[in-house]
Design a protein around this ligand. Structure first.
Ligand SMILES: [Zn+2]
Length: 226
C-alpha cells in the first residue's frame, strides 16, 4: 500500500482540532489519530487509546513499536487507512513535526486552524474552574501568560509552514461552527488530490537529476548580475 497522506492540523490547542479530526474521520478512508507526537509516551506507558483499549491492544496502535514517524505510519498502513489526521498542532514540541513527515517522504496537507485568542483563553479559564474555586489566582495568571506565548508561537510556526507546503488550508474556528461539512469537504478534496499527484512528483524529482547547481542561479550569472 502507498504511503498515507497526512492531514496535519497546525495551530494551538483548544481551537476545535478534535472536533475537526473526528468530522474528517466520518469518511471511511480517514483515520483520526489524535496527537501523534505523544504516541511514543503512550506506547511506553501503555496508555488507553480513544477506542478505550490500551495501545498494546488497540486495532491500530498495537502494530506501533516506538512511535517514530515511520513506525507510526507503518501501523497506519497496516490498518489500511490511506489518509491520517495528526492533530499534534504546532506548539513548542511539535512545531517541526510537519517537516519530519515531509523529510520521510509523506505528502502533507497543512490545515492551519485558528480560533481568536479570546476564545482560547475563555476555554482555558473554564478548564481551570476547580482552581478558581480554590482561589488559586496566581496559577490562573500564569496559565494565561503561558497560553498567550504558546498561542503566538504556534500560529507563527503554522504561518511559516505556508512557505514550505503547497497544500495549505487556513480554517477559522467560525468556519467550522458555520459550515463544518464545507470545511471537511475542502480538506478531503485536497487530500484526495494529493494522493493522485504522486506520478507528477516523481517526474519533478527526476528532472532535478540533470542539474548540478552549486551555489548559484545560472540564469542570473549569465545575465552578468552575479
Ligand atoms: Zn484505538
Amino acid at each position: 500500500m502507498k504511503k498515507p497522506v497526512v492531514i496535519y492540523i497546525a495551530g494551538y490547542g483548544r481551537s476545535g482540532s478534535s472536533a475537526l479530526s473526528r468530522a474528517l474521520a466520518q469518511d471511511e478512508t480517514v483515520l483520526s489519530a489524535g496527537e501523534l507526537g505523544r504516541l511514543p509516551n503512550f506506547i511506553r506507558n501503555d496508555h488507553p487509546c480513544a477506542c478505550g483499549k490500551p495501545v498494546s491492544e488497540c486495532f491500530v496502535w498495537r502494530n506501533a513499536r516506538t512511535g517514530t514517524i515511520n513506525d507510526t505510519m507503518e501501523a497506519v498502513i497496516h490498518a489500511n487507512f490511506p489518509i491520517v489526521v495528526d492533530s499534534s498542532k504546532t506548539a513548542y514540541f511539535d512545531f517541526h513535526r510537519p517537516l519530519l513527515y515531509r523529510m520521510n517522504g509523506y505528502r502533507v496537507i497543512m490545515v492551519h486552524l485558528k480560533r481568536p485568542l479570546s476564545g482560547v483563553l475563555n476555554s482555558i479559564s473554564k478548564g481551570t474552574n476547580k482552581d478558581l474555586e480554590a482561589g488559586i489566582k496566581r496559577r490562573r495568571a500564569l496559565n494565561r501568560t503561558r497560553a498567550v506565548l504558546g498561542y503566538s508561537f504556534a500560529h507563527g510556526a503554522a504561518v511559516a509552514n505556508r512557505l514550505i507546503f503547497r497544500d495549505f488550508i487556513r480554517v477559522e474556528h467560525t468556519d467550522m461552527t458555520q459550515d463544518l461539512s464545507k470545511v471537511v469537504h475542502s480538506i478531503l478534496s485536497l487530500a484526495e488530490n494529493a494522493a493522485t499527484r504522486e506520478p507528477q512528483d516523481q517526474i519533478l524529482n527526476r528532472s532535478t537529476h540533470g542539474m548540478h547547481e552549486i551555489a548559484g542561479n545560472r540564469l542570473l550569472r549569465d545575465d552578468g548580475r552575479v
